[in-house]
Design a protein around this ligand. Structure first.
Ligand code: THG
Length: 285
């Protein structure tokens, strides 16, 4: 099954089935965060650097960077944010924007092998984003949606995943460079959506075998006690076949370590026990 390599100058992250689940820290994103949005509009990058540091200290393997909000020119600000975060933390970065011009300006300044977030199955997205993946030798998250939106049927999501991979391979981009996002959405708004996502994960793993990701926190939108719901979903998603997750490291890290341990994806329980030891500041007997 496919393995994906993402890297900074100093660190390499390998994503793959049967390996520890890769945690992509989601907190550098102004959605729902007024202070961060105001700071970004003012060109102040201190808040996002502080968030990047705390996500890495909380266990993030990769940092997702989104700066899109009202009044921000992403093409100008995303590369500045990428440079500031590169100076602050040494983990690899993921560029989160729907604007190909912003992805390009970020790729130009990045030192390492980036993860682009994202391309989808729509003709425009494929035409604009895949050439960037090829030109910069990046990896990319492929969303299982297209111009018509997000299919409710898992089989139709798998068809979109196949289409993205075929287009990429036709351009000489190996399927290892595509991580399929099976798309988690608010279960509070649609009772069946959690199961649809989990079924899509199982089918993508069985039929295509590429890496799989999700913005897992989406499942709990509008609900009280979001962390509990998110962590339950994280366990289910990992056991279904997700190999990386876009989540808040400070909330999700231990849930991921616990599930990896249970599934035998944590050699001699090293990651689980080392995290336990450092967070509890004492030796295990
Ligand atoms: N797939 C991919 N990329 C994505 C998503 C996805 N990027 C964006 C998003 N979804 C993942 N990132 C977030 C970031 C923040 C929140 C959820 C997902 C979030 N924010 C709180 C809120 O809106 O209520 C507010 C912030 C706070 O905690 O203070 O929950 O699905 N490929």
């Amino acid at each position: 099954m496919a393995k994906t390599r993402i890297a900074s100058i100093k660190k390499e992250v390998i994503i793959g089935h049967g390996l520890p689940t890769v945690l992509i820290g989601e907190r550098i994103n102004p959605a729902g965060k007024k202070k961060m949005a105001d700071a970004l509009r003012a060109g102040n990058l201190d808040i996002i650097c502080a968030e990047a540091l705390s996500q890495v200290n909380a266990g993030a393997d990769i940092i997702d960077i989104a700066v899109g909000t009202f009044g921000v020119d992403e093409k100008d600000l995303l590369p500045k944010a990428v440079q500031a975060v590169m100076r602050t933390v040494d983990v690899p970065l993921c560029f989160d924007s729907a604007k190909p011009e912003a992805l390009k300006t970020a790729l130009k300044v990045y030192q390492g092998k980036a993860l682009i977030n994202s391309v989808n199955g729509g003709a425009k997205s494929l035409d604009y984003v895949l050439p960037l993946v090829k030109e910069y030798g990046a990896a990319v998250i492929g969303l299982t949606q297209d111009e018509q939106g997000i299919p409710a049927d898992p089989d139709r999501r798998v068809v979109i995943a196949q289409k993205i991979i075929e287009r990429a391979e036709g351009m000489g981009i190996p399927r290892e460079e595509i991580i399929i996002d099976c798309l988690a959405s608010a279960v509070g708004a649609d009772q069946g959506s959690g199961l649809i996502t989990l079924e899509t994960i199982r089918k993508v793993k069985a039929t295509i075998g590429v890496n799989i990701t999700l913005g897992a926190s989406n499942v709990s939108f509008g609900m009280p006690g979001r962390d509990l719901i998110n962590n339950a979903f994280i366990s289910a998603a990992i056991s279904a076949g997700a190999t990386s997750l876009i989540v808040d490291a400070s909330k999700a890290h231990t849930a991921i370590l616990a599930m990896d341990f249970i599934l035998g994806q944590d050699q001699r329980a090293r990651r689980y026990t080392e995290n336990y030891r450092t967070t509890h500041k004492k030796k295990l007997q």
